[in-house]
Design a protein around this ligand. Structure first.
Ligand code: FRU
Length: 470
């Protein structure tokens, strides 16, 4: 029998796991991280009843991918997330191997979620179902109903429904990740009443017929008058100079009637660092945001039996000149001991969770993160001759250096450091690089050195509370 969460029975065990995690030196300080076990994709990110709701894929019972639940958080400012307890427990037969990823939307004053019931039959064959459910007054997602059965035209890989309401034809659409033979794709469904769903076909996207073996986690929105389609195509990178599984976007025009996404701007990566995946859009009337998993399907971040899994910061999305700009939230009010200097050298003896802003970058700048007494660091950012290089000592066994390179002119860097992650926003979010990093005890200082003087502002991030809530 596969174990699912029973609050009365499991509370003590999970609380103990949380206490262990609290002492974990790599536990994130101001990012969303699980109360126990493992977290992966963000789920159901949407605005509802005065709050941003954000769930995540959660395996409560240990730091590995197991029976997936959804854990629930919410936030007013998209910086501080309140732990609200388990949102979705996979208790029904159609989700007998977990409640997989999905999306959320406020409909008629209720938070509706759409997700994949990872169902396996008696012969252990996967037959995914797409489920609609509603968040009840008791803080639990219930009224679950299968709305889309397994589609026979595709392989068993059909998952991660993304809901979109199109005001033009007053119709709900679901974008669903699916595998066509051995190729990734997105298929489309529509409904007027949310109960009866009509299959409309595979979305035609010229030039992207053969683009990875599976597309996970689609997410669609209108941003600044353009249509934005985000997805995570698997198997495109070489795993060395880039991740094997990518995470990126297309800009264009969605033709719902003809089931075609007309591409105006080719596929671009959302992030150029090491771990960033399964991104999801959240939208209010005025603004569009993005959040991601700071992890990858084939990377195990577990250390000493602890999971170390984490979500990214929330990013504010804008489209300008055919590109996506991703900016962090304004952390000003969360920063303590803020300092400003204009210099070509800065050393911070003991790195703490912090934000750094460097302006007026000219040529030749180097940042050593987590430097030890002998002068070596496991993570280095260098900018020289219009190349930005992020080098990292690999996080699994620290044997090899990995590198990510961006060719561009840099004038501004905004950097967020947490206990085990660094997120770098270049030129107001025109490019970003995110990475996990697990510094050892003696690796504790930060050094910025540059040929010319640069303007540096830096400060530590005060504690953002999260508590154990089951
Ligand atoms: C992406 C993913 C999704 C799936 C979920 C399961 O990381 O594989 O496609 O729904 O994780 O946890």
């Amino acid at each position: 029998m596969i174990k699912v969460l029973d609050k009365n029975r499991d509370k003590k065990d999970l609380y103990e796991a949380y206490k262990l995690e609290e002492r974990n030196k790599y536990r994130q300080f101001y990012h969303v991280h699980p109360i126990s076990g493992l977290l992966n994709d963000p789920n159901g990110f949407c605005y509802y009843n005065g709050y941003w709701y954000l769930f995540y894929q959660w395996h409560p019972f240990g730091p590995f991918h197991g029976q997936k639940h959804w854990y629930m958080t919410r936030s007013k400012d998209l910086i501080e997330f309140e732990n609200m307890g388990v949102g979705l427990v996979p208790e029904e037969i159609f989700e007998n191997r977990g409640a997989y990823s999905g999306s959320g939307l406020e409909i008629d004053g209720k938070l509706n979620v759409f997700y994949t019931g990872n169902f396996r039959d008696n012969n252990d064959i996967r037959r995914p179902k797409q489920v609609r459910a509603v968040l009840g007054e008791d803080g639990k997602i219930g009224h679950k109903k299968v709305i889309i059965g397994t589609n026979k035209d595709f392989t068993e890989h059909q998952r991660d429904p993304s809901i979109y309401y199109n005001p033009l034809d007053k119709t709900y659409y679901i974008f669903l990740g699916a595998q066509d033979m051995d190729k990734g794709s997105i298929i489309l469904y529509r409904s007027k009443d949310l109960d009866a769903w009509e299959y409309r076909g595979k979305i035609k996207i010229k030039g992207y017929k053969d683009f990875g073996y599976m597309w996970e986690c689609p997410s669609f929105a209108k941003v600044d008058g353009k249509d934005l389609l985000i997805f995570s195509p698997q198997g495109l990178g070489d795993g060395k100079n880039s991740n094997r599984d990518l995470n990126g976007y297309l800009i264009g025009k969605m033709d719902f009637e003809n089931v075609e996404f007309v591409v105006e701007e080719d596929f671009k990566r959302l992030d150029h660092g090491f771990e960033f995946y399964a991104s999801m859009i959240g939208k209010s009337q005025e603004k569009t945001y993005l959040i991601s998993w700071l992890g990858l399907p084939d990377v195990n971040l577990e250390k000493n039996g602890l999971s170390n899994s984490s979500l990214s910061l929330v990013r504010n999305l804008e489209i300008r000149d055919g590109r996506l700009y991703q900016r962090p939230q304004d952390f000003t009010e969360k920063i303590i001991e803020s300092k400003k200097t204009t210099s070509n050298k800065l050393e911070v003896k003991s790195i703490k969770p912090m934000r750094i802003l460097i302006e007026n970058v000219m040529e030749d700048i180097k940042i050593d993160f987590f430097k030890d007494k002998n002068g070596s660091s496991p993570l280095i950012l260098t900018y020289r001759e219009e190349s930005l290089l992020l080098e990292r000592l690999d996080i699994i066994d620290r044997k090899n250096w990995e590198v990510r390179i961006l060719e561009l002119k840099v004038d501004k860097l905004e950097i967020f450091i947490d206990r085990s992650s660094v997120e770098i926003f270049v030129n107001d979010g025109g490019y970003t690089l995110s990475t996990r990093i697990f510094p050892e005890d003696e690796e504790e200082s930060l050094e910025i050195s540059s040929n010319d003087k640069v303007n540096i502002e830096y400060g530590f991030i005060g504690k953002i509370d999260t508590k154990f809530t089951l």
